[in-house]
Design a protein around this ligand. Structure first.
Ligand SMILES: [Zn+2]
Length: 270
């Protein structure tokens, strides 16, 4: 079984039974990014509805909207969101004015998945006002300040953080509460970077295969996307099976595909 630790839900989702009953996927973490104006993404309500309909299968992450006051964190928790998704902040993630949001999330034991990396093209017309268009407020090293200030907060960097992948490596190497997901690899350095990083240990000697989470970043709830999701899962399973015997971490692919994410969920339930 696998866990998809970063994905999205389409508006008016369909064909979800196929995913839920696949016996391949055990859990899907759904990130709310409803700030797109084209109506493509599910609303907050739709995400919560689907998560209630399939409890323990779809795990809802609410949109951490920095344009709102930090009480938004408590409100999202009360609504039923398990985690938070941060993306397109107007200021850098590690700006001290954002600390009150992180403090609340840490108290409520809500993990935060922060988008890092190059980001989907969007003009100001296409997204709501007060959000950033480019990626420079979302550099991977900004998560290090947050990890230092809030050591009990579970921090997940969305994607490998291109073009700042060295920052990503230093984050997962040095901070026990920072993970990264492997989605969004449409970048020239991706395969080479990932296989290199997986072969290292963190500064305490823990294998970095314990800091990477499998994720698709795909849009669930569209029939035409679902086959691609299974194809992608199969691709990663085959790739790891082929290459891992040549690395010291042989067999650790199960951690990436499943148990690292499972461990995070088990810890936050406590
Ligand atoms: Zn995403």
């Amino acid at each position: 079984m696998i866990i998809d630790a970063h994905s999205h839900l389409a508006a008016n989702p369909e064909d979800l039974e196929k995913i839920v009953n696949s016996k391949i996927i055990e859990q899907v973490w759904l990130m709310d990014t409803h700030y797109y104006r084209d109506g493509r993404m599910a609303s907050e309500k739709e995400i919560l509805k689907v998560s209630k309909k399939y409890p323990g299968f779809f795990i809802p992450f609410g949109f951490l909207d920095f344009r709102k006051k930090s009480e938004i964190v408590d409100k999202l928790f009360e609504k039923g969101f398990i985690g938070l998704k941060a993306i397109r902040p107007a200021k850098p993630y590690d700006d001290p004015s954002y600390f009150s949001y992180y403090e609340r999330a840490e108290k409520l034991n809500m993990p935060i998945l922060f988008h890092t990396q190059i980001i989907a093209h969007a003009t100001q017309k296409e997204i709501e006002k007060g959000l950033s268009l480019g990626p420079t407020n979302m550099r991977p090293s900004m998560l290090q300040t947050i990890a230092a200030a809030f050591p009990s907060l579970t921090i997940i960097g969305g994607h490998p953080g291109f073009p700042w992948q060295e920052e990503t490596l230093s984050s997962i190497w040095y901070y026990s509460n920072i993970y990264h997901d492997l989605s969004g690899g449409d970048y020239p350095l991706f395969p080479e970077w990932l296989l290199k990083v997986l072969n290292y240990r963190d500064y305490k000697g823990k294998p970095l295969t314990e800091k990477i989470l499998f994720a698709t970043d795909r849009l669930y709830g569209r029939k035409e996307n679902h086959d691609n999701i299974f194809e992608e899962i199969n691709f990663w399973q085959q790739l790891f099976k082929r290459v891992s015997p040549f690395f010291y971490w042989k067999g650790d692919e199960e951690k990436i595909m499943y148990s690292n994410a499972k461990g995070i969920m088990e810890r936050i339930k406590k």
